[in-house]
Design a protein around this ligand. Sequence first.
Ligand SMILES: NC(=O)c1ccc[n+]([C@@H]2O[C@H](COP(=O)([O-])OP(=O)(O)OC[C@H]3O[C@@H](n4cnc5c(N)ncnc54)[C@H](O)[C@@H]3O)[C@@H](O)[C@H]2O)c1
Length: 334
Amino acid sequence: MKIKKLHNFLIKIFKKQGLSQKDSLICSNAIINAELVGAHSHGLSRVKMYCDRINKKLINPKPKIKIKKISQSITHIDANNCIGFVAGDVGIKQAIKSAKKTGIGLVGIKNSGHYGLSGYYAEQAVRKNLIAFCFTNAPPAIAPHGARKSLFGTNPICFGTPTASKVPFILDTSVSVINRGKIRVAARTGKKIPEGVALDKYGKPTVDARKALEGVQLPIAGFRGSGLAWMVDILSGVLTGGNHGGKVKDPFDDFSGPQNIGHLFIIIKPNLFVGNYSQRIKENIKRIKRLPKIKGIKEILYPGQSKFKRYKKNLKKEIKIPPNIVGDLRKLNA
Ligand SMILES: NC(=O)c1ccc[n+]([C@@H]2O[C@H](COP(=O)([O-])OP(=O)(O)OC[C@H]3O[C@@H](n4cnc5c(N)ncnc54)[C@H](O)[C@@H]3O)[C@@H](O)[C@H]2O)c1
């Protein structure tokens, strides 16, 4: 489907669910961006889930978002169980505004929902020549090191910086070996998942996506990844007033209440300590790219580089929608 047509289609769907034109556009932009960067597990495949949660009154389509300024730099947002994209949009805009004014913007958000890709918010700050850290917690998927039960989410860690070039540096990574969305897509399409990414409910390694969803996902780098997942849970949940410690509800399976996810944005002006950040970051990247390469590697890429290329390429094409998702979207638009 042509991108413009898909935008209109999605906006219509969200407006039908009771969202305002402005909020529907925010959702549509975030979802289409996920498709364009190739993160299909965070794009159209989730539209039905968001709509189901709105219908069950677990996402508030007409939220009264409370924005509490704590200082010129610090803001606390109660998102009133709105769709996560809207909370993320309000939060990142506020953090950017504060950072521009004072050098640093810190925004904690509670009572939110799944907001998609952390990098999407970091990119917005980087486009304004700011450095960004974005954190969100997520429903239980990873067992803490030494535990047999999932508790941490795939809790992405995201850091972005301007690079003095068109291509931003965006490190945006789940702390699970692969993200849960990819396992969901594999479960739906009957595909196997790679070895070494998950255990079944009995604690045995599995390549069966359905069994993996019933079991636990493995963190990156053993206890180190488990520690990082824990850190994100503390920053996004404990600190902001959001759910934490395994209480974030799974958006697909748990309809017992709103998710109350927490997000944390830390946005920083790059020239706080040095006047020539642009020059320094350029030199930093250049030095790393000049290193001798291992066999088969043409270029040492920095995080975000290949995603940027993919985005630019996909922008010129139509978006392919799998038949099962087309069916869902048509029903939602009927
Ligand atoms: N909202 C949520 O609850 C939630 C939960 C988990 C993940 N996510 C999102 O899912 C997305 C995907 O996460 P993921 O862990 O699958 O990401 P990924 O494994 O595709 O990429 C991780 C990072 O590695 C970088 N990278 C990839 N190939 C590289 C290479 N050859 N050289 C250098 N860097 C390279 C990427 O640019 C990215 O920054 C993220 O945007 C994340 O925010 C969201």
